[in-house]
Design a protein around this ligand. Structure first.
Ligand SMILES: Nc1nc2c(ncn2[C@@H]2O[C@H](COP(=O)(O)OP(=O)(O)OP(=O)(O)O)[C@@H](O)[C@H]2O)c(=O)[nH]1
Ligand SMILES: [Mg+2]
Length: 133
């Protein structure tokens, strides 16, 4: 069974959207097999987003993820990697369709509530990074 890494970002936790998001994942039929609510270290967040290190928004992105606790989750199900990306919606909330998590709850490209791995290789790398201490 496929597994992916999902993270509710600090704005999602702060706004009280954990229940809403976990509910959507469970109602879809996926299983949350590991989860932790905690404040990640800067080193962990920098490693997670290392593909964006050269981008102009990188520092803002890392600072925002460090702004409060996040909910890190391992989610399991059939084709869950692609399905979670669909449920999350486009990176830019202006383009995220209603019915997606970002489409329904986000308005900022930085504070866009949730992360989901974008490929099998990313899922494997990110699950190892966030859960294998
Ligand atoms: N300000 C700004 N932020 C961006 C831009 N592109 C991406 N980001 C931020 O960087 C994060 C990572 O970018 P991507 O990996 O390309 O987008 P994503 O896969 O939808 O988002 P994640 O699930 O967080 O990885 C996004 O969630 C945004 O918060 C941009 O053009 N401008
Ligand atoms: Mg991404």
């Amino acid at each position: 069974m496929e597994k992916t890494f999902v993270m509710i970002k600090p704005d999602g936790v702060r706004r009280g959207l954990m229940g809403e998001i976990i509910g959507r994942i469970e109602k879809k039929g996926f299983r949350i097999t590991r989860a932790k609510l905690f404040r990640p270290s800067r080193a962990l967040v920098e490693e997670h987003y290392k593909e964006h290190r050269e981008k102009p928004f990188y520092e803002e992105l890392v600072t925002y993820i460090l702004d409060g606790p996040v909910m890190a989750m391992e989610v399991e199900g059939e084709s869950v990697i692609e399905a979670m990306r669909t449920m999350i919606g486009s990176t830019d909330p202006k383009e995220a369709l209603p019915g997606t998590i970002r489409g329904d709850f986000a308005y900022s490209i930085t504070e866009n509530i949730i992360h989901g791995s974008d490929s099998a290789a990313s899922a494997e790398r990110e699950l190892k990074l966030w859960f294998d201490d």
